[in-house]
Design a protein around this ligand. Structure first.
Ligand code: SF4
Length: 97
């Protein structure tokens, strides 16, 4: 399939991830997230990794992170208590088809 005919989800599906199960590269503080009224992370993450669970609690899984840094910039209440690039050999490998 030609890359210019692929949808965004299809293109994202081409990426490969080597998830570091021992050391998360992003950590959130759910207490801070609970007090955050705007919760911009729910809307700005291109990989849609921030979600609210059925109890309204912030749910986040760093697997699938595109390492764009948008959540770090948009989180004004410092709910993201750690943001770093993954350790060497871990993280996303972008593939363009
Ligand atoms: S760095 Fe980008 S892709 Fe990763 S969690 Fe933040 S907004 Fe989502």
């Amino acid at each position: 399939m030609s890359i210019d005919r692929m949808s965004a989800p299809e293109l994202l599906g081409l990426n490969r991830f080597n998830v570091d199960e021992e050391e998360p590269h992003i950590i959130i503080d759910k207490e801070i997230c609970r007090r955050c009224a705007e919760k911009p992370c729910l809307y700005v993450c291109p990989a849609v990794l921030y979600k609210l669970d059925k109890n309204g609690e912030m749910s986040f899984d760093y697997a699938g992170c595109l390492e764009c840094g948008t959540c770090r910039v948009m989180c004004k209440n410092k709910g993201i208590i750690k943001w770093a690039y993954p350790r060497g050999t871990f993280g996303v490998s972008f593939r363009w088809g």
